[in-house]
Write a protein that binds this ligand. Structure first.
Ligand code: FAD
Length: 283
């Protein structure tokens, strides 16, 4: 059970994404088989923006739960969904024995107009959490942002909405990626003052290619400390060195978190089992 892991000082979980194409499932299963050897506490599966590819999320979560016998968590976004859409996915998850979702609003999909976005049925993750709790028996967790969500007007307001997610029934938070642990420690302090008492898991993304800084990281709104920027500048054109330095950075980050008593770690492993194993062997 996912709650048991918080009786220990540390835990390890991974995020994977489902295959984009139907003929890539076999490869994804191989990735998951390798990740399973590391024995994580749970594996979460992302959800396509606007609900596209939700069936793939269910299929991959089912493989994790039923074939690998590892707790699976299915991400779910509501930005482009009706109540019926959400109920259909929750029914599919319950039918395959996946009982834990990460309830998210999601970003505005490219093909959604501003007007459609303004008129969305579930305005925020808080609404989705409430709806799932009212209508299903699923365990619900939610996201949080150590450097605040890019749209939030302030850290205080973002943390107030985080508290609302807890009040609506979120049983755990997974953090957005961050690279400076000081940001995370400050954030945790503020959440405790705001009476957020459920566990908060630290999201760590290893940077093994300088390109990631320009894409994923910019989208997430996370700041890049000088030390990491220097690594990218020095090794950006040398893939092997960049990979080694990025892995070493992630290991240092995780070991520091563990030393400071924040050992519940969720690795954004980007479907790279070899890299993930190298990190896990060193922490
Ligand atoms: P919300 O919690 O709704 O927050 C969005 C903004 O609204 C914030 O500024 C917040 O302060 C504010 N807010 C929150 N509640 C309220 C309220 N009740 N009233 C007014 N304002 C409010 N995206 C995907 O498409 N697929 C995924 O699988 C996925 N997985 C993710 C996993 C993690 C761990 C994280 C951190 C993010 C993930 N995302 C994913 C990205 C996420 O969808 C975006 O960050 C999105 O912009 C916000 O989603 P949210 O659930 O945090 O939104």
């Amino acid at each position: 059970m996912f709650k048991d892991m918080f009786e220990r000082d540390s835990s390890l979980s991974f995020e994977v994404f489902p295959p984009k194409k139907d003929d890539e499932f076999e490869n994804c299963y191989n990735v998951l088989d390798s990740l399973a050897e590391i024995n994580p506490d749970f594996i979460s599966v992302t959800y396509g923006a606007g609900g596209s590819r939700s069936k793939k999320t269910v299929d991959i979560a089912s493989y994790i739960q039923n074939q690998l016998k590892i707790d699976a968590m299915a991400h779910m976004t509501c930005v482009g969904s009706s109540e019926e859409d959400i109920l259909a996915v929750t029914r599919d998850l319950e039918a395959v024995g996946v009982n834990h979702v990460l309830a998210l609003r999601g970003d505005k999909p490219r093909d959604m107009s501003d007007e459609q976005f303004e008129q969305r049925i579930f305005p925020h993750a808080t609404d989705l959490i409430h709806f799932i709790n009212q209508n299903t028996n699923l365990i619900v967790s939610a996201s949080c942002y150590p450097e605040k969500h890019p749209e939030a007007i302030s850290m205080d307001s973002d943390i107030a909405f985080m508290k609302m997610k807890q009040d609506m029934g979120a049983e755990m938070f997974i953090s957005q990626l961050f690279f400076d642990n000081a940001d995370f420690y400050r954030f945790i302090e503020r959440t405790r003052r705001a009476e957020i008492t459920v566990p908060i898991v630290a999201g760590i993304m290893p940077i093994t290619s300088a390109k990631q800084i320009g894409s994923t990281v910019t989208l997430a709104g996370s700041s890049v400390p000088k030390k990491l920027a220097d690594i990218c500048a020095r090794y950006g054109d040398s893939p092997d060195d960049m990979r080694k330095a990025g892995i070493a950075y992630a290991i240092d980050q995780i070991n520091d978190l563990k030393r400071c008593g924040m050992g519940h770690i969720h690795i954004y492993c980007m479907n790279k089992p070899k890299m993930t194993k190298e990190i896990c062997d060193a922490i």
